[in-house]
Design a protein around this ligand. Structure first.
Ligand code: ADP
Length: 788
């Protein structure tokens, strides 16, 4: 019983009682028995929705009650704010909660006053690198979704971070929450923790396969769901869940598919189903929600989402803007949206239980594999685990789809009767070790090769491997690489990070990215005159103007014609008004680092970008690989395509045009923009540290990416609430700077902002205007030229 719990801050167990949590769920009780509230380490491998969060809370709260400090590590940024909001209900009992996201390069000293801190593993890793003082005070750390150590990209960071935190405080309580995996015992061994493993769920889960006209469940029962004509299994299943006599009986569905495009097209089909089940009141609420979605952005994705939401369905994938995602998740929990068609990202963490889960696609295209590959059991189980809303549904139903009896049997074997896979450390991969070894040296965790190997011995990799020699080999290779690139130096046995090495580690860059950036900027310094001459002298304005109209993608023509004539100047000092390196050159440089996910080349792209590559050749920083160096040239072009997207973005091309031109979602644009901003910020730091004169050019290129504007709007777009579109409208209306915002005629400003008073007031206030009030201002008083 929660009332009998001891060691928690005063009032907490009563509060739990008031929330309806009177008795612990069996896995929770087992955890408490294993010493959870006395500071003992624990691995809890239990299904989704079986109360893992409370296990974490009990550990953290009791640790804080003993005068300690707790850290909760989440796998996704989106989850950080969700968890923080959840933990904030303890503030009433004197527990301060803080969340640390964003900017990698800071030590977040303000967090030292918090009792519970929520952060992603990348953020925690960077806090360790920046020597956050409060790290030493941690007494309890929770690692949510610890099975992600298996993830090729993100696993090593989590693994190394946990190893470092445990080294900082050997008596640290580690509570690792995991989905049910094959080898949870091994994870517990690694963390010197006891193991609570269970299949218990608060609400029954029936798993089955739909085939023919019925679902066959694992308990032997059947439910008839005829598909009717056209053999449409998914709509039939969604309609069947919604068929109930009263609202309480109506169940929502989550449909998992394997691509964004499929999520969108499935949602369109499901909207025709859900539309038949919404009430008059709901129709009104959904219309409002649709309007809210359109307000967030005016892209095609936004429009498509609004259209299906108005009918009670939605799609959900990583290409959606995060505001859109939140709206959809909330409306689904409120039962307003009846069906979400999602890619597997939704299954990872976000709390959206549903009466029925339909796993429509259990195969996915895998580029490395070169074809369709079956999903892991672990992944399918996580999707299925979203079925069943406690308190609302009698049980949850998770359904796979089969076309014939053979595939029905296969699906039962492959997913329903199968146990989840083991998790395996991915630490020995070279890119992971490159990053983490430099950080381990720079932050003082090890000073010798032996010390490094000793540190690595505390990782899951060491627990699992039976070939320790391999780790030694990779370690030696990586140390060589770091030394050659000037990030570390040896003095006899002692290894030290160089000043640049320290910076790279603090900036959270892959050392290979840093090396690429440094090489590029040094190359630019060396070839500056020659390249400026090429840009100013040899480029014909006519030809660039042509490309300007063909794509509308750039004002590179302005850049190209702005300089002086190419005849003057000596070899080493060529005078030009142009900033060099150019934005495109810098964007390309950061886009070819391993820290940027490049866009794929589609059919026809090779020709397009090869041509562009020759046209813009003088702008690239570094030698262009020859077309015969197949792989290198291909990579160069992918980076160019990605850089070109950024160039479109800073040329104020509509988001819609960009999504169309590159075949990406609005969320992807944001992703590329944020990564570029971070990498350019890092490049700026490296340039200034190495005394390279590109600092100004890099800063400007970064700011333009940040705001998505041409140069002349930088001042305006920096004002809070303005943004790229409003900045352009204001500028066209003659309000060109921050100072103009403080002084210009208000009716002019209001007209440029399409009569939005509240918006106008907020902007004026942010610009520092003394009397921002728009009362009594009439936009129609504005002169004609104020309306662009
Ligand atoms: P998980 O993190 O394992 O996916 P959650 O921690 O989100 O699952 O728990 C799912 C739901 O169960 C939450 O709404 C939570 O409030 C509720 N819950 C957790 N423990 C108990 C309990 N002992 N009694 C009643 N409800 C509980």
């Amino acid at each position: 019983r929660t009332a009998d719990l001891t060691g928690l801050p005063a009032g907490v167990s009563e509060a739990l009682h008031d929330e309806g949590i009177e008795e612990l769920y069996p896995p929770q009780a087992e955890a408490v028995e294993a010493g959870l509230t006395d500071g003992e380490s624990l691995v809890a491998a239990v299904p989704t929705a079986s109360g893992k969060t409370l296990i974490a809370e009990l550990a953290m709260l009791s640790s804080v009650a003993r005068g300690g400090k707790a850290l909760y590590i989440v796998p996704l940024r989106a989850l950080a704010s969700e968890k923080k909001a959840e933990f904030e209900r303890w503030e009433e009992y004197g527990i301060d909660v803080g969340v640390s996201t964003g900017n990698y390069e800071s030590s977040g000293e303000w967090l030292s006053s918090r009792d519970i801190i929520v952060a992603t593993s990348e953020k925690v890793d960077s806090l360790v690198r920046n020597n956050a003082a409060w790290m030493d005070q941690l007494t309890c750390v929770v690692s949510d979704e610890v099975h992600l150590v298996n993830d090729r990209n993100r696993g090593p960071t989590l693994e190394v971070t946990l190893a470092k935190l445990r080294r900082l405080n050997p008596s640290l309580q580690v509570v690792a929450l995991s989905a049910t995996v094959g080898n949870a015992g091994e994870v517990a061994d690694w963390l010197d923790a006891s193991l609570v493993q269970s299949d218990w769920r608060p609400i029954d889960l029936k798993m089955g396969v739909h085939y023919g006209n019925a679902i066959n469940f694992d308990d032997g029962s059947q439910r008839e769901v005829p598909v009717g004509r056209g053999d449409r299994q998914t709509p039939a299943l969604v309609a069947d869940a919604l068929d109930g006599d009263d609202a309480d009986d109506q169940g929502s569905s989550l449909v998992f598919v394997n691509s964004r495009r499929n999520a969108e097209s499935a949602a369109r089909r499901m909207a025709d189903v859900t539309e038949q089940y919404i009430t008059g009141d709901e129709r009104g609420e959904l219309a409002e929600l649709a309007a809210e979605i359109r307000d967030i952005s005016d892209t095609e994705t936004s429009e498509d989402l609004a259209t299906v939401v108005a009918k009670g369905a939605a799609f959900h994938h990583a290409g959606l803007a995060s505001e859109h995602r939140t709206l959809v998740e909330d409306a689904f929990r409120d039962r307003l949206i009846k069906c979400i068609c999602a890619t597997p990202t939704l299954a990872a963490g976000v709390n959206t239980p549903s009466r029925r889960v339909v796993v429509r696609d259990w195969q996915r295209y895998d580029g490395d594999y070169g074809g369709m590959k079956p999903l892991d059991v672990l992944e399918v189980h996580q999707m299925m685990g979203r079925a069943g809303r406690p308190g609302l549904d009698p049980y949850g139903e998770a359904v796979l789809l089969a076309r014939d009896a053979d595939s029905r049997d296969e699906l039962f074997e492959r997913y329903i009767w199968a146990d989840a896979e083991d998790v395996h450390s991915k630490l020995a991969a070279e890119p992971a070790l490159r990053t983490h070894l430099l950080a381990t040296i720079a932050s003082g965790f090890a000073h010798t090769r032996e010390g490094l190997l000793d540190f690595l011995d505390q990782t899951l990799y060491a627990t699992q491997t039976d070939d320790p020699a391999r780790l030694e080999q990779v370690t030696d290779r990586v140390l060589d690489y770091l030394e050659i690139n000037g990030f570390i130096e040896f003095e006899d046995e002692t290894i030290r990070a160089t000043p640049v090495g320290h910076t790279v580690s603090r900036l959270y860059l892959d050392p290979m990215s840093a090396a690429e950036i440094i090489d590029g900027l040094e190359w630019a310094a060396k070839h500056r005159s020659e390249k400026l001459r090429a840009l100013d002298g040899e480029t014909k304005p006519e030809s660039t103007r042509e490309s300007d109209t063909s794509g509308g993608f750039q004002r590179a023509s302005e850049m190209v014609t702005a300089g002086g004539d190419g005849e003057n100047g000596s070899d080493d000092e060529f005078e030009s008004d142009r900033t060099y390196p150019t934005p495109l050159g810098l964007y390309h440089l950061v886009c070819r680092t391993p820290d940027m996910y490049q866009l794929y080349l589609k059919s026809g792209d090779r020709e397009t970008y090869t041509e562009l590559c020759y046209e813009r050749e003088p702008e690239f920083l570094g030698r262009v690989p020859s077309e015969y160096e197949d792989v290198a040239f291909e990579d160069w072009l992918s980076a160019l395509k990605t850089a070109r997207l950024l160039e479109d973005w800073v040329s104020e091309t509509d988001e819609d045009r960009i999504t169309e031109r590159y075949g990406v979602g609005p969320g992807d644009i944001r992703g590329k923009v944020e990564t570029a901003e971070w990498l350019l910020g890092a490049a700026e730091r490296l340039a200034s540290e190495l005394d390279l004169d590109a600092v100004y050019a890099v800063r400007e290129a970064k700011k333009r990416v940040e705001y998505g504007v041409r140069e002349e709007l930088l001042d305006l777009a920096g004002v809070r609430g303005v943004g790229r579109k409003r900045a352009r409208r204001l500028f066209e209306a003659g309000v060109e700077t921050r100072a103009d915002l403080r002084e210009a005629d208000k009716s002019r400003i209001l007209a440029a902002l399409r009569g939005r008073r509240k918006t106008a007031e907020n902007i004026l206030e942010a610009a520092g205007r003394k009397d921002p009030s728009m009362d009594d201002v009439d936009e129609s008083d504005a002169p004609d030229d104020a309306v662009p």
